[in-house]
Design a protein around this ligand. Structure first.
Ligand SMILES: NC(=O)c1ccc[n+]([C@@H]2O[C@H](COP(=O)([O-])OP(=O)(O)OC[C@H]3O[C@@H](n4cnc5c(N)ncnc54)[C@H](O)[C@@H]3O)[C@@H](O)[C@H]2O)c1
Length: 278
């Protein structure tokens, strides 16, 4: 098939419900609305029997949006707390309250990122101010370690667990305009490897998923999402864009015991675009 073929392969449909994750309970950071990668992950985890708890950015409006997205998945009465992950106190409070009301923690999903959009444009990386650079690394990468540290005691008590974060190819290669977020994703993936090496003894696995472009609030801030979605079907081996449910499916695998030997990995779920040279 030529690189410019217009034939598109069809994405897989949602797998039948299973009880693969029955008895597993965990915490999901990053549901902003029904388009969020975290929402697709929650849908897939719940579909396979997991019980999901959630956080949202502080504020009534944010809570309403997150609750609406979660209820749309058919998850009623979900445990939900506000959390600005840039605050150690708020992270402490969420994990303490979770531990006070749940007797186990099997998974944590880190699907959050932030960078000041002013610096997410082609040609702007060199000028990135210190605060914008450090802020992006703080919220998009440091929080992965901060969450893992707080998850550790309850996960070890539960006999182990699985911690996941969402990354992107801009961690490895220069993607125009991704800029400081690429630096943050490189830090995120590396953080995952160091966490995996320290937490493995307690049965905790740590992995990242490098997702393909998906139209969300965060990807709109980066810009260029329209042209990425247009180019993917021309160049990606699967000749199409990625579905959120496909990242969800990989999250199911990584949370489940099927991946018991997998830790410290970064798994691409991007229709294969990362293997293609220019
Ligand atoms: N959409 C894509 O194309 C794409 C591709 C690869 C990876 N990702 C990654 O997926 C993850 C989720 O992004 P998304 O695309 O679903 O967009 P999104 O806007 O739906 O999600 C981003 C989330 O980050 C949260 N967040 C931002 N600052 C926060 C803070 N201080 N404390 C707590 N939460 C905070 C937001 O509330 C939101 O829920 C991000 O890590 C993103 O980089 C996205």
């Amino acid at each position: 098939m030529s690189a410019t073929s217009e034939i598109e392969t069809k994405p897989v449909t949602q797998a039948p419900k299973t009880d693969l994750l029955a008895g597993k309970t965990g915490l999901i950071f990053g549901v902003a609305n029904d388009r969020s990668y975290a929402t697709h992950i929650a849908e897939s985890l719940a579909h396979h029997g997991a019980r999901c708890a959630f956080t949202h950015l502080p504020g009534d409006k944010n809570e309403r949006r997150t609750r609406k997205a979660v209820e749309k998945l058919g998850i009623e009465g979900a445990w939900m707390r506000p959390c600005d992950a840039s605050s150690d106190e708020e992270l402490d409070r969420v994990f303490d309250e979770y531990a006070g009301e749940h007797d186990r923690l099997d998974f944590v999903i880190h699907s959050i990122a932030f960078a000041d959009r002013e610096w997410l444009a082609p040609g702007k990386f060199t000028e990135t101010p210190r605060q914008a650079y450090l802020g992006a690394i703080d919220i998009s990468a440091y929080t992965f370690a901060a969450m893992a540290n707080r998850a550790r005691p309850l996960m070890e008590k539960s006999g182990g667990g699985s911690i996941l974060a969402m990354s992107y190819y801009g961690a490895e290669k220069v993607v125009p305009g991704y800029n400081v977020m690429g630096v943050a994703k490189a830090a995120l993936e590396c953080t995952g490897r160091y966490l995996a090496s320290e937490l493995g003894e307690g049965g905790i696995r740590v992995n990242t998923i490098s997702g393909g472009p998906l139209r969300t609030l965060a990807s709109s801030a980066v810009g260029g999402i329209d042209s990425m979605l247009e180019e993917m079907p021309k160049h990606a081996p699967l000749r199409r864009n990625i579905e959120g449910s496909e990242v969800g499916g990989t999250a199911v695998f990584l949370v489940s015991d099927l991946s018991s030997g997998v830790t410290g990995e970064n798994i691409f779920v991007d229709a294969g675009i990362n293997i293609i040279g220019a």
